[in-house]
Design a protein around this ligand. Structure first.
Ligand code: IMP
Ligand code: MG
Length: 178
């Protein structure tokens, strides 16, 4: 197993990049099919973690769309702090729009709930949620997640946009803490 050390912790590869890319093609196919007759949907990518997933996914989207970015943070180190802070809001008007949220990972769902709460204030026509990774054992909410790339166990991971204390986002594979 390929191993890496980030700061004080060791990680081993758990999802190689070819598996990641296949999962993305699968998610894109579902979205393409559901949105083929929908007027210019707006993707909202949640920074920082979703930058890599959003970039790879959008290359497989085959309808006219827009993308914008929203920045939040809820993690410090390897456990959720349970508080979500909005750092950068969106400028686009989403009232009456078809919105598709792009998340890197849904863990407890606290971040997702906060995002939906904020976005719903602007009365979009519809909001669907896409997450590349989902930890079902950690999920504490009832919010429907419309598109999931890969379900993973409740372990701390890095790579493919996700970080440990700010590092590891550049890795093309996903690694789990060992
Ligand atoms: P939640 O609010 O608990 O659902 O956490 C969501 C956010 O926490 C994600 O958007 C990530 O930025 C971060 N996060 C959750 N799990 C992990 C992980 O295993 N590694 C790195 N970041 C994570
Ligand atoms: Mg995130």
């Amino acid at each position: 197993m390929k191993k890496i050390k980030l700061k004080d912790k060791e990680f081993g590869v758990s999802i190689p990049s070819d598996v990641i890319q296949k999962a993305i093609i699968n998610v894109a196919a579902q979205i393409n099919s559901d949105y083929k007759d929908v007027e210019t949907p707006l993707f909202i990518s949640i920074l920082n973690g979703s930058f890599m997933f959003s970039s790879d996914l959008l290359k497989h989207i085959n309808f006219n769309c827009e993308i914008t970015f929203l920045k939040l943070s809820s993690y410090q180190g390897t456990s959720s702090t349970g508080t979500v802070k909005e750092l950068i809001g969106i400028n686009e008007k989403i009232t009456g729009r078809e919105v598709i949220i792009l998340e890197d990972i849904v863990d407890t769902g606290i971040t997702l709930e906060q995002i939906l709460h904020e976005l719903n204030k602007q009365n979009p026509k519809n909001i669907k949620v896409t997450t590349f990774l989902f930890k079902p054992e950690a999920y504490t909410k009832n919010i429907k997640i419309d598109y999931v790339g890969i379900e993973i166990p409740n372990d701390f991971i890095v790579g493919y946009g996700l970080d440990y204390d700010g590092i590891g986002r550049n890795l093309p594979d996903i690694y789990t803490l060992i």
